[in-house]
Design a protein around this ligand. Structure first.
Ligand code: FES
Length: 442
């Protein structure tokens, strides 16, 4: 049954197993205020909320169509439900009525609307949902019984494939596994990568791994492992060889979200490199240029208010999880680069390695206080990304574009999905070819 009825007099209810018709009690009326409450009805996930104090209850599907963020963490502002991630706003009918990155004149696409149930009603102190049209126009009377709402369903899965941390395609890439400074000569470190434990040695200055890998390398201050022949080279970072640049490694962080989602968060132009909550702004059009194994995108903008100094912002990505953000100030010559590389340890564990590469005005050294301030800002941004991606409770980055809803501000995210989908497709072809060859007579 969709609900159970402790007590002797069960009222007539139309919710049945395998059916989405009927009325489903989902929450006590007093529990539903202006903070969304996740509920389930007929196996579907909704949030119920009052969009004004004391207003009628509104029920909306539980995930934002943009990046599938749970709307249980949304807030009510001016009679609308506002997704915390990029500020998309939904009215009482589920219609998307605001997408900040489109600007004030932007029109949300119809697919941005949220699904709503056929009816929502409060009766006998309970909120009831009818997901589909049902012959009974009102919920049944309780008659003194206490209904038990059905459990809140888990997150809906995308129809298409997702890239999780244990995807076989990731065997064919370079992965950071440890800061090079942790590995003294004659010593070793044990690391997790792609669900396995690896022991990395340094003997007579040579770095090696056990079990053996296709390649082990030291680059950009990190030790890297390529379990199988990598499809792409490591990202080149000219700043690491610049005598005028100060390098500062952050203490590695760790999150529960898959690396693909964390890469997507880094490339999110609404958030990236900006203090948290500075996300209510229009995103001007920009281009993404393919590069071998990844892409680059250059954005010209002005810092702060109109009239601020010009800045050139460059994003670079190299599969599977090498990311770079460079902010140049042409007027002063100052450059701030963030190199972030991700280590997919296990299905639910990703280690985040971040290096700041800072060059002061006119090539001058950056003051220690400025390095400390920049480090603190990056730590705050990483913590925000880790929390936001963990809350998505997702097994991986969706690779099928129609499983999410992309707007022009998401060009970097779309490019990321395409490159990683290509990586997965190439690996699948290679695996099929190898399987075929194994079956052929020697
Ligand atoms: S606005 Fe909801 S996930 Fe982007």
């Amino acid at each position: 049954m969709a609900i159970s009825w402790p007590g002797s007099t069960a009222p007539r209810v139309l919710g049945r197993p395998g059916s989405s018709t009927g009325w489903y009690p989902v929450a006590r009326s007093t529990e539903v205020r202006t903070t969304p409450v996740p509920v389930g009805a007929a196996g579907r996930a909704y949030v119920v909320v009052r969009l004004q104090p004391g207003a009628e209850v509104t029920a909306l599907s539980a995930r934002c169509p943009h990046r599938l963020v749970p709307l249980a963490s949304a807030t009510v502002i001016d009679g609308r439900l506002r997704c915390p991630s990029h500020g998309w706003q939904f009215n009482v009918e589920g219609r998307c009525v605001g997408i900040p990155s489109l600007g004030a004149d932007g029109t949300p696409p119809p697919r941005a609307d949220l699904a709503v149930p056929w009816a929502v009603e409060e009766r006998d102190g309970w909120v009831w949902l009818a997901p589909e049209r049902t012959p009974l126009s009102r919920p049944p009377r309780l008659g003194g019984s206490t209904p038990v709402p059905e459990p809140v369903p888990g997150p809906p899965r995308p129809d298409g494939p997702v890239l999780g941390n244990l995807d076989p395609a990731l065997e064919h890439g370079w992965h950071p596994v440890a800061p090079a400074g942790e590995l003294v000569d004659g010593g070793y470190v044990q690391v997790r990568l792609l669900g396995r434990t690896w022991t990395v040695h340094r003997r007579d200055g040579v770095v090696d791994a056990d079990p053996p890998a296709w390649g082990v390398a030291e680059r950009h201050g990190l030790v890297w492992i390529a379990p199988a022949e990598p499809r792409d080279e490591l990202l080149d970072v000219p700043e690491t060889d610049d005598a005028h640049t100060t390098a500062a490694w952050l203490t590695p962080a760790r999150g529960t979200a898959p690396a693909g989602l964390l890469a997507d968060a880094f490339l999110d132009v609404v958030h990236a490199g900006r203090p948290p909550a500075a996300d209510r702004q229009e995103v001007p059009p920009y281009e993404v240029t393919p590069e071998p194994g990844g892409f680059r995108s250059v954005h010209e903008e002005r810092s702060g208010d109109p009239g601020g100094s010009p800045r050139r912002i460059t994003y670079r990505f190299r599969a599977p999880f090498q990311l770079l953000l460079r902010v140049e100030e042409p007027d002063t010559g100052a450059v701030r680069t963030v190199l972030r590389v991700l280590q997919p340890e296990d299905a639910d564990s990703t280690r985040v390695h971040t290096c700041l590469l800072l060059r002061g005005s006119g090539g001058a050294a950056v003051a220690p206080a400025d390095v400390a301030a920049e480090t603190a800002l990056q730590e705050a941004l990483i913590a925000e990304d880790l929390a936001r991606t963990a809350a998505m409770d997702s097994a991986g980055l969706p690779l099928q574009l129609r499983d999410e809803l992309h707007v022009p501000a998401d060009r970097l995210g779309v490019a990321l999905r395409r490159v990683l989908a290509d990586l997965a497709a190439d690996a699948a072809v290679a695996e099929r070819t190898a399987a075929l060859q194994r079956r052929l007579p020697a």
